[in-house]
Design a protein around this ligand. Structure first.
Ligand SMILES: [Zn+2]
Length: 474
């Protein structure tokens, strides 16, 4: 017998490598999925997850599994390739195995981890042959019962042969195709054949699928041939693809397509302006606006995602409704939509207008400075104090502004101008309009610059300018 020692060396090998022990997968199907499976109709495909290393066990315990291997071993010209195939299969080098009519596919990894796509082809049965097989199976109900117990009685195969149907491959019937370029069986296709022998042991329907019919299609056809109602009752079948099989197929499918390029502009949603009156409760213009803003947001997110180093930045947290309403309101919605956003966000009309000004000034960071008051920790406070001191280091005592500090806000004497320290260490200028603090310009690293910005805005803009109604662009 052969053991695989785990680091690539085969320890010993004799001819007797069929060990009469099951593959180490408990009582479950080798793919760990429900053997009742999801093979749908003709053209169905099943995928079996990669099997763990076999560690000295043989590949086929059943007579039909061995017959499958005989078809391989009896014709292979190069026994070294068979040996290499056994070694690879035992080492767990065969990836998920896809089985479909006429073809079995897997990616097989060499010892140096080079991956090869290996295929083994087997002739499908013709429709006429299937008809004869079904007629035979209807007469011999015991054969079908055995199949459903995952057994393949020798009589079944003999009866099929009498009907002119070869189920098991004969010598030379397993045709290899491998991207390593070999013209006969190579280690990869041989490894795949050995792996499939393990699968066949557990489920002879795998053989029937390669011959052209999945289990379900076969049982349905049996019924229409007047056979036993074998699909009723105890074996419910599920629609769709088993998640474990789909996942296992990941190694076989082609790679995902590349990332799309950034379109020059966000997409424009279709117009919802039709002759039909809208359903009650649906506001088409609001919906159009929402779709347009969503396209803009998607465009922005894609641009961000394509930026160099994007993967190093954690994703921004989901905005709250009150914050996301500001993003929407900054997109100049119809008046009715603005009113709904003002109500829905809890900010009210004026509050929303101020928030939109902050948003236009500096997006989410600026909105945080508007909405949140936070305690400055000792270190940040010391830094802020130093920045304030150095900003006016050259000034005369009389010119230095007198600032009253509370939390992260420093208010200039007189109460019309305020500096807010952002969490990013920048200073945000604010001024008072109609009793409400509003953002007054771009943030600055230097508090004196921010103060000058707030001061000039306070001088140039009349008080009653934009605090109410539609926000200006600032
Ligand atoms: Zn190959």
């Amino acid at each position: 017998m052969t053991r695989y020692d785990g680091d690539g060396a085969e320890v010993e090998e004799t001819d007797d490598w069929y060990e009469p022990e099951g593959v180490p997968v408990g009582g479950a199907a080798p793919d760990g999925t429900d053997p009742e499976g999801t093979d749908g109709g003709a053209g169905a495909e099943r995928t079996f997850a990669a099997l763990p290393p076999a560690r000295g066990r043989g590949f086929a315990q059943t007579w039909w599994g061995r017959a499958w291997l005989t078809a391989l071993e009896g014709t292979a010209l190069d026994t070294q390739q068979l040996k290499a195939g056994r070694r690879l299969a035992r080492a767990g080098a065969v990836g998920a195995v896809s089985v479909r009519p006429g073809r079995i596919t897997a990616v097989v990894q060499d010892r140096d981890r080079t991956a090869h796509r290996a295929d083994v082809l087997l002739q499908e049965l013709s429709d006429e042959q299937w008809d004869r097989f079904l007629d035979m199976a209807v007469e011999r109900a015991g054969h079908v019962a055995a199949l459903l117990d995952r057994e393949m009685p020798p009589h079944l195969v003999e009866d099929a042969e009498l009907a002119g149907v070869e189920l098991l491959p004969g010598l030379g019937d397993l045709e290899p195709e491998c991207d390593c370029g070999a013209w006969d069986h190579c280690g990869h296709t041989a490894a795949l054949c050995y792996q499939v022998a393990r699968l066949l042991d557990h489920d002879p329907f795998v053989l029937l699928l390669v011959r052209g019919r999945g289990e379900r299609a076969l049982l349905d056809a049996l019924q229409s041939h007047g056979g036993p109602s074998s699909t009723s009752g105890k074996r419910p079948r599920l629609e769709g693809v088993d998640a474990a099989e789909a996942f296992a197929a990941g190694g076989i499918r082609p790679a995902l397509p590349g990332v799309p390029p950034l379109p020059a502009e966000p997409g424009v949603p279709p117009s919802l302006d039709t002759d039909e009156p809208p359903t009650a409760g649906v506001d088409p213009s609001a919906l159009e606006f929402l779709a347009a803003r969503t396209a803009v947001q998607a465009h922005r997110l894609l641009a961000e995602a394509l930026r160099e180093g994007h993967e190093r930045h954690p994703p921004a947290p989901e905005p709250t409704v009150a914050r996301d309403a500001v993003r929407l309101a900054a997109g100049e919605p119809p008046r009715a939509v603005t009113a709904r956003l003002a109500d829905g966000s809890g900010r009210g009309r004026e509050g929303l207008a101020v928030a939109v000004r902050a948003w236009r000034q500096g997006g989410a960071a600026a909105l945080t400075v508007l909405d949140e008051e936070w305690t400055v920790d000792a270190e940040a406070l010391a830094r802020a104090g130093a920045a304030l001191a150095s900003a006016w280091a050259e000034s005369d005592e009389a010119e230095r502004p007198v600032l009253r500090a509370r939390a992260n806000r420093w208010t200039l004497d007189g109460g019309r101008i305020q500096l807010r320290l952002g969490r990013d260490g920048r200073w945000w200028p604010y001024r008072k309009e109609r009793g409400r603090w509003v953002p007054a310009g771009d943030a600055a690293q230097d508090p004196a610059t921010a103060l000058a910005t707030a001061d000039s805005e306070a001088r140039t803009e009349p008080e009653a300018d934009t605090a109410a109604g539609r926000p200006s662009g600032t």
